[in-house]
Ligand binder design. Structure first.
Ligand code: SAM
Ligand code: MD0
Ligand code: SF4
Length: 364
């Protein structure tokens, strides 16, 4: 095949790969070739992160949303889904529980809840929440609130938020409009890049299995690299009931595993999640074997909170907990990093990000 070994050798020497070479890697379609790509990815992960893995607690505190993304269970038009909005105490209790269980970071996520978006000073309570979370749990905080106004992004930053997660899903603008209907492609990209300039670490993310081409993925990976996204993820699309994509054929995890490995090859120093929100605990081993180094979507079974693409999978059973993922790490000769190691990585990355970004702003 097109010199797979040659390209993998080049990647391991950290020589930048061309668009054509990345496209070639994304054309791998056999388990044995995927195995080769994943082995090279593990070697590069080892070079930058040794056997350390970071653990992210997930707090999905409101499932109300003003948007109508066609792929999402929580889209506003889905009237059949009973939603919730947790109050301050409930959110703090869930976060405390996750911090006590050993997570390194708290990912505070919500739909674009009209209560916060449409009300004057609607975000004040959430800004206060971030301050309280930082003070009490001493954990870095990621916010995933959607495309908040720039002024609110500044307030969250001042309150101590470290990360801003806002996934484009695709950088193919036509496909984007089919997924994130009536949402501006440019505004979403600009908010992310502005957050980076404000000193946030940013997470960019892709959906796979929504009709994107290999070329779309290759372009996205190069864009993620050049925008200096600090964490880069891919999630397999999970069709949701009562949504336009409900009848969409289920996707295998092969492409997600391949994309995770190729991400590691071209961005060896970044954080790459293995989300428990796609195939649950049973999907973790393969994602780690592909070069992921963060386990996300750890959810306290008692908090009464949901996942996103898998709203209930493995939550009640307590399978999305630190206790259940540690043995999987051990079985893969990996271990959870210390809080100090995670804080040190964040600090080094923030210092690096303070230097002027390379290359133009890809938000046209
Ligand atoms: N509401 C905020 C937003 O959209 O930015 C934050 C949270 S959002 C629910 C988190 C992400 O979950 C989406 O950006 C998308 O990548 C992923 N997601 C949502 N529905 C999904 C599905 N059915 N399958 C796979 N991933 C999904
Ligand atoms: C995850 N379920 O990490 C979460 C969610 C949003 N910032 C993260 C998609 O998979
Ligand atoms: Fe709302 Fe986010 Fe779901 Fe889109 S992906 S419908 S913005 S919760």
């Amino acid at each position: 095949m097109f010199g797979l070994d040659g390209i993998l050798k080049k990647a391991e020497q950290e020589i930048p790969l061309s668009f054509k070479e990345i496209l070639g890697l994304l054309s791998v379609n056999s388990p044995s070739e995927l195995g080769k790509v994943a082995l090279a990815a593990r070697r590069l992960r080892e070079r930058y992160f040794q056997n350390k893995v970071f653990l992210y607690g997930f707090v999905y505190f409101s499932t109300y949303c003003r948007n109508d993304c066609t792929f999402c269970l929580y889209r506003k038009s889905n009237q059949t889904y009973s939603r919730y909005r947790k109050n301050f105490e409930e959110i703090m209790a869930a976060a405390r529980c996750l911090a006590d269980s050993g997570v390194h970071l708290l990912d505070m996520t919500m739909g674009e809840d009209p209560l916060y978006y449409n009300k004057k000073n609607g975000f004040d309570e959430l800004v206060q929440l971030v301050k309280e979370l930082k003070r009490e749990t001493r954990r870095p905080v990621m916010i995933s609130p959607g495309v908040v106004p720039q002024k609110i992004l500044e307030e969250f930053k001042e309150a101590g938020a470290d990360w801003y997660a806002c996934y484009q899903e695709t950088h193919n603008k036509t496909l984007y409009q089919q997924l994130r209907v009536k949402q501006s492609y440019g505004e979403r990209m600009i908010r992310k890049l502005t957050a980076k300039k404000m000193g946030y670490l940013i997470e960019e993310g892709l959906l796979t299995g929504v009709g994107e081409s290999k070329g779309d993925i290759a372009r996205s990976l190069l864009l993620m690299k050049n925008m200096e996204a600090d964490q880069v993820r891919v999630m397999t699309f999970i069709p949701q009931e009562n949504t336009p994509f409900a009848g969409w054929p289920a996707n295998s995890q092969f492409r997600e595993l391949l994309i995770i490995a190729v991400m590691r090859l071209i961005m060896p120093d970044r954080l790459i999640p293995a989300s428990l929100d796609v195939d649950g605990l049973k999907g973790l081993q393969d994602r780690l074997a592909s070069g992921a180094n963060v386990i996300t979507s750890l959810i306290s079974p008692a908090a009464g909170m949901a996942g996103v693409s898998q709203s209930t999978l493995d939550i009640g059973e307590g399978n999305r907990t630190v206790e259940k993922v540690l043995p999987v790490l051990k079985a893969n000769h990996l271990e959870a990093a210390t809080q100090g190691e995670y804080q040190a990585w964040i600090k080094a990355r923030q210092t690096r990000s303070a230097k002027p970004a390379r290359g133009g702003l890809p938000c046209g």
